[in-house]
Design a protein around this ligand. Structure first.
Ligand SMILES: Nc1ccn([C@@H]2O[C@H](COP(=O)(O)OP(=O)(O)OP(=O)(O)O)[C@@H](O)[C@H]2O)c(=O)n1
Ligand SMILES: [Mg+2]
Length: 455
């Protein structure tokens, strides 16, 4: 429940609020917690709704109001979030914020009606009874994501939320109702998505990218579905046109039986998810970075002049400004950007590793800064491997480049300045001597790994 700019009106009739001062509060568990309970998924965060109360009553009961003008409170003991029941109306044209009405006379049904999806518009009272005026349970059983009412269009972020839920629940068999897809198309075509702040857009992308994997005790999400849904309803063209442009751009059938660059990118993301799914929780950031790099690696293909198709000479270089652009626009964290740029620029070198001279490998290692960032090199290799496997019929092929390049980097990194300092070398002479020995080490690995070369 985070709206960019929110305008709240207080209870319009103070007398009415006073006369209700003794009304008993009714609290409900609402939204995602009810949905996930019914789906037998672990419930992460619990949102509560309070009907029949005023701000004053909540404060008198010891609840702590969070945010200056937001009718949301923290429970005095559990610190769980309790929101006052409210109705919302978008004001004026474009993204001009919401007017929000909250008062003790707002009913549970009215509050649930302003919500995005029927499966998110259910409440559970303290006896465990489900309040479901918009048939969320039916849609949950039928595995359908359906908007509750026309109020859906009042927050364009909901287009991204639906895509995120479609990705998260893809493996449960959920699809989006046709009328909801139509509404998502309408919102995308209206240009309203451009009014979303970069932070809100990136947050939805990041949540979706983080979601795939089988290392949790519930069914995992499918991040590629998030981007596919956005592509199909026209939202991707609005939010990330450089990625959208890849759909319909062909590749040579010999190397890419799936042909379409957009489909290929989705397959690469899928492979990146598989390769990163067992990474521990504390490496979530790195996991997202690898998946984001997978999405960005072929952006340059969208710029290939049509007479050159289906070949894409130089796409690694032409893609770089596009990666820079999207990262700036969405305020993507710098560590994600750095990896995405490296994968974009050097993924073909990685695939061709066995054909490269030791001196070329050393130059690339310098550019990838494997000396100071060895972990990032590991992630670089994972993203490149995802690219190789993310092609129709290539999914189970070996990728010996990974072992080869990792061995070469390990050997080269084992060469340190210490021995040269002890020999009395200084400054540039140390650097030069180290480069020579590193080159030699890489050449040795090249000879030792020749048998790995599938060619
Ligand atoms: N743009 C939004 C954001 C939120 N909600 C409503 O607020 C609830 C809580 O929002 P949030 O915690 O963001 O989503 P959850 O559905 O709880 O999903 P998650 O499991 O990701 O927390 C949602 O279920 C939905 O009813 C909405 O209608 N429109
Ligand atoms: Mg929630």
């Amino acid at each position: 429940m985070h709206f960019g700019r929110t305008l709240f009106t207080d209870t319009p009739d103070k007398n009415q609020s006073n006369s209700l001062a003794n009304t008993e509060l009714t609290t409900y568990l609402v939204g995602g917690a009810v949905r996930d309970k019914l789906l037998n998924r672990p419930v992460k965060d619990k949102d509560y709704l309070v009907v029949g109360a005023t701000v004053e009553q909540m404060l008198a009961l010891g609840y702590q109001q969070v945010g200056k003008d937001f009718p949301v409170f923290l429970h005095p003991k559990t610190k769980a979030e309790y929101a006052l029941a409210r109705t919302e109306r978008k004001q004026g044209q474009g993204y001009t914020g919401f007017s929000c009405y909250f008062a003790p006379d707002v009913t549970i049904e009215e509050d649930l009606k302003r919500r995005d999806l029927t499966v998110n518009a259910m409440a559970m009272d303290t006896n465990g009874e489900i309040i479901d005026p918009y048939n969320g349970q039916q849609d949950l059983n039928d595995r359908v994501l359906r908007h509750v009412s026309d109020a859906f269009i009042e927050d364009p972020l909901r287009v991204l939320r639906v895509a995120r839920f479609a990705a998260r629940y893809h493996q449960y068999g959920f699809t989006i109702a046709e009328e909801t897809v139509n509404l998502m198309r309408e919102i995308s075509a209206s240009g309203e998505l451009k009014s979303l702040t970069p932070e809100r857009v990136w947050q939805e992308m990041q949540l979706s990218l983080a979601d795939g994997g089988t290392n949790s005790n519930n069914i995992a999400g499918s991040p590629e579905v998030f981007f596919q849904v956005l592509q199909q309803c026209g939202a991707l063209a609005e939010l990330w046109p450089e990625l959208d442009a890849l759909w319909g751009i062909p590749n040579p059938a010999l190397w890419h039986p799936e042909i379409c660059s957009g489909i290929h990118t989705m397959m690469v993301l899928q492979q990146a998810v598989l390769l990163t799914q067992t990474m521990p929780v504390e490496k979530t950031d790195q996991k997202i970075a690898i998946r984001f790099a997978a999405l960005c690696h072929d952006l340059g293909k969208g710029l290939t002049p049509s007479p050159e198709l289906p070949s894409h000479k130089g796409h690694e270089k032409t893609g770089l400004p596009l990666v820079e652009k999207i990262c700036k626009q969405l305020k993507v964290p710098s560590n994600y950007k750095q990896l995405a740029l490296k994968v974009c620029e050097f993924h073909l070198h990685c695939h061709k590793a066995f054909e490269l001279k030791a001196s070329t490998l050393l130059k690339i290692f310098d550019k990838l800064d494997v000396w100071r960032k060895p972990d990032e090199f590991e992630y670089f290799l994972m993203a490149c491997k995802a690219d190789f496997l993310g092609r129709l019929g290539f999914e189970n092929r070996p990728y010996p480049q990974e072992e080869y390049l990792q061995s070469a980097v390990n050997a080269a990194r084992a060469v340190t300045a210490k021995a040269f300092v002890e020999q009395g070398l200084q400054g540039a002479a140390i650097k030069e001597a180290m480069a020579k020995v590193r080159l030699n080490e890489i050449a040795n690995i090249k000879a030792a790994c020749a048998h790995l070369n599938p060619a």
